[in-house]
Design a protein around this ligand. Structure first.
Ligand code: PLP
Length: 378
């Protein structure tokens, strides 16, 4: 009997033990980090230590880390007309970027059929603009396709603009160095790297002035008011430190399992398509489809077998809308409708991949039977 398998790490990663320990300890710290007494100073130390750990993970300076309630808020904080005359965002960005933050207009930067931002289009679109702000993600949450950030940064800076990078899906899967990428602003989310849900950060270059979204007590150097969520921030810091130490070995393990999983998908369904497979991808993400498959029913079938996967973007699961990412790549609607995302993590083992493949063999068999019944060749 195959055991349960959690294979939806791009939606949320299970809490790392280091994060749980740090959070449990921090829950007993009674002070407000803004208070001057000993209890306040102890809470402040927890926040500052986490700030150093998050900064170290991405090679940034601790003073340039602004803690937020997560990736969504960090994106909203970054996208402000106070630092850019116009906003250009790739068509595959997360909805929290696609909505434009405080900009009223978002201009599209297209992607290729392989899911990579079209840099010549970016160059054309940015020419002659006053202080353009460009937002491009480090890796796409649905396909896992890694974007050419350093090259995009060169283009944006040559045009006198600023580059915001939504790096939420990066840490723990690929190297993510703020300075090497050439970003001016970078978004992180704790729960994608084994920290708690409800914590994140915006990294800014050299104290770049930000217009606060939440105004009040002046916390986070005036960039984000409100008493800090000390336990969540401490958990974020501990997870960031653990991720920084572990990356190389974990990546090799995830890549091997992901390759086994993809070979297994194709072994029972030769016409399965791995979306974005021609591009460099995150080592633990597979987005696949088979003509005739319906993602919503497939997710339920997997769930009944104890296997957690998602249909397209988990942030939009629950609503049966076609993926804007696959539409932007020009994937046929029939294929896009069946797209299933399987995402692994550092603690995923061979047994979980086996569980997935058992469930997939069952599902593929019924899919091919149904197709035969409808007169479609398998
Ligand atoms: N950006 C990307 C690429 C994401 O995948 C997500 C969450 O799925 C977010 C932003 C939002 O992050 P959070 O859930 O921390 O608000």
């Amino acid at each position: 009997m195959a055991g349960p398998a959690y294979l939806d790490w791009n939606a949320t990663a299970p809490l790392r033990p280091e994060a749980r320990a740090a959070m449990t300890a921090a829950l007993d710290a009674a002070g407000n980090p803004s208070s001057v007494h000993a209890a306040g100073r102890a809470a402040r130390r927890l926040v500052d230590e986490a700030r150093e750990r998050v900064a170290a993970l991405v090679g940034a300076s601790p003073k340039d880390v602004v803690f937020t309630s997560g990736g969504t808020e960090a994106n909203a904080l970054a996208l402000s007309p106070s630092i850019g005359g116009s906003l250009l965002a790739s068509t595959i960005e997360h909805p929290s970027v696609r909505c434009g933050g405080r900009f009223t207009v978002v201009e599209d930067v297209p992607v290729t059929a392989d899911g990579i931002v079209d840099l010549s289009a970016l160059e054309r679109l940015i020419a002659g603009r006053d202080r353009p702000l460009v937002s491009i993600m480090l890796a796409n949450n649905e396909t896992g396709v890694i974007q050419p950030i350093a090259k995009a940064a060169e283009i944006v800076h040559a045009a006198g603009g600023l580059l915001h990078v939504d790096a939420v899906q990066g840490p723990g899967r690929i190297a993510c160095n703020f300075k090497a990428l050439g970003a001016d602003l970078m978004t992180l989310s704790a729960h994608k790297l084994g920290g708690p849900q409800g914590a994140g950060a915006l990294i800014r270059r050299d104290g770049l002035g930000l217009e606060a979204l939440i105004k009040g007590g002046g916390q986070e150097r005036g960039a984000r008011a409100g008493t800090e969520n000390v336990a969540a921030i401490a958990g974020f810091g501990a997870a960031a430190e653990a991720v920084g130490k572990a990356l190389a070995g974990e990546v090799a393990q995830m890549t091997a399992l992901r390759d086994k999983l993809e070979a297994g998908i194709k072994a029972v369904a030769p016409d399965a398509v791995i979306l974005g497979a021609k591009s460099a991808r995150l080592p633990q993400t597979t987005l696949f489809s088979v003509p005739g498959m319906k993602a919503e029913t497939a997710v339920i079938a997997f769930d009944l077998e104890g296997v957690a996967v998602s249909s397209g973007s988990a942030c939009s699961s629950g609503k049966v809308a076609p993926s804007h990412v696959l539409a932007a790549m020009g994937v046929e609607p029939e294929l896009a409708r069946g797209a299933i995302r399987v995402s692994l993590g550092y603690s995923t083992g061979p047994n979980e991949v086996e569980s997935f493949l058992k469930a997939w063999a069952k599902l593929a068999e019924s899919l091919y039977k149904a197709r035969k019944h409808r007169g479609i060749a398998a």
